[in-house]
Design a protein around this ligand. Sequence first.
Ligand SMILES: N[C@@H](CCC(=O)N[C@@H](CS)C(=O)NCC(=O)O)C(=O)O
Length: 267
Amino acid sequence: MLTLYHAPTAVCAAKVRVVLAEKALPFEGHMINLHLGDQFKPEYLKLNPNAVVPTLVHDGNVLIESTVISEYLDEAFTDWPLRPAGALGHARVRLWTKKEDSIHDTINTMTATMVFRHDLLQKSPAEREARYSKMPDPARREKWRRMMDEGLKSSIVADALTRLARHFSDMEKSLSRQLWLAGDQFTLADTGLLSFFYRLEMLECAGMWRENFPRVSNWYERSKARPSFRDAIIGYIPASDHEKYRAITEPLWPQVAAGFKSSLAAI
Ligand SMILES: N[C@@H](CCC(=O)N[C@@H](CS)C(=O)NCC(=O)O)C(=O)O
């Protein structure tokens, strides 16, 4: 029995839902309301001391970290493999998923400075501080304080844009040699990025790859055509979120585009 603690729009949770969908694995879902702070409740912290989603429970065993969970599922359920057989194939996939773990931070940065900041700035400084102070990791607390104070002008955003530019460039090179990121098979290297791309698209930032990386654009369109994308990502996102994100982020894109252009020139 598989139980997934997740949230509809959380990109790391969606990453695991894509793996479950690709492998046709049924699961029982428990929604954690991140806006209401369910992730900080003592009973959830016992499962995931980092106060984040996803958490997977398989036959009573608790697993955290989306990449670890994805690899676990691929190893525990061998139908519809998402890695090539053998040590070399696993290593090739691992190289991508390792990079993707650090790319998650850039998606968090762009979402927080473009959308969450818009909401949080409507709260009082004391309410904002109360929210940060619940985050178990001091570095994460500090990052949130700075992102909320500095917004898109922050050097945290400039750093995120540079890391994204490098990542797209690495993808473009890899996709010039093969169909998917780790070879000619669709693997965890690909599944790990899809919800990140969709989030950037929701933030009206798809121009980052559409205007600069044709192979990456083609890879994303092929990935989006897979049923798992519809079932595990799009199907969970309410239309109201799309409208809200578009209204907030469309006017911000020119500023992000200018920063991204400078990052591209510098890599
Ligand atoms: N490295 C973790 C990151 C998990 C993570 O940051 N999850 C976000 C959603 S994508 C979350 O739960 N955030 C809750 C919060 O910010 O309070 C993983 O890959 O599982």
